[in-house]
Design a protein around this ligand. Structure first.
Ligand code: ADP
Ligand code: MN
Length: 177
């Protein structure tokens, strides 16, 4: 059940790589005092993967190990989880699921300047065009906790952080009756 026993909510921020998840989450963590969990970094630091994918140049994440690693923290609440995937986390973990979205040409420039090219670049742009993360979020969580936010400009980031900070501060635990 959403909010089951937590004193503070958990937020998931997802979206195609380059849409601004880590930037948004760091600012939101500063504004609210929530713990920012960058799942990609966690996977690298703790070795929660099954090796390296040569084609897409990324670790093959071990979803079970990641969920085991995070379970206790998520039960406590007050976390913001940052990852470009969302279908393998337990549904009960999150009170709000944010999907960041970016205009295709803006995203293309961001990923190119990050050094992405070839299949990795194409795959990520297609992921954004086909709204893969939004569909994955809608398929994995209750519709009323999933929100899509545009992340094209720095003004968008400020507006999104303000909106999510307000949501966080207004959140109240569910009564268990
Ligand atoms: P993600 O964590 O989703 O991969 P990042 O937060 O690392 O994305 O952002 C990738 C790059 O794009 C960074 O250089 C960041 O400054 C820039 N960026 C992200 N979102 C925006 C935005 N809404 N406006 C301008 N630049 C952005
Ligand atoms: Mn990131």
């Amino acid at each position: 059940m959403a909010g089951g026993g937590r004193a503070r909510p958990n937020i998931l921020v997802t979206g195609t790589p380059g849409t601004g998840k880590t930037t948004t989450c760091s600012l939101l963590a500063d504004a609210t005092g929530v713990c920012h969990i960058n799942v990609g970094d966690l996977v690298r630091e703790k070795g929660l993967h099954d090796g390296w994918d040569e084609e897409f140049e990324c670790h093959i994440i071990n979803e079970d190990l990641v969920c085991d690693e995070l379970e206790d923290k998520m039960e406590d609440g007050g976390n913001i989880v940052d990852y470009h995937g969302c279908d393998f986390f337990p549904e009960r973990w999150f009170d709000c699921v944010v999907v960041l979205q970016t205009d295709n040409s803006i995203l293309h420039d961001r990923l190119s300047s990050r050094g992405y090219m070839g299949p990795k670049l194409i795959n990520n742009i297609e992921c954004e065009i086909f709204q893969v993360l939004l569909e994955e979020a809608k398929a994995s969580y209750p519709e009323d906790i999933v929100i899509a936010l545009q992340s094209d400009t720095v003004e968008d980031i400020s507006r999104n952080v303000t909106k999510l900070t307000e949501w966080f501060n207004n959140w109240r635990p569910r009564r268990s009756s």
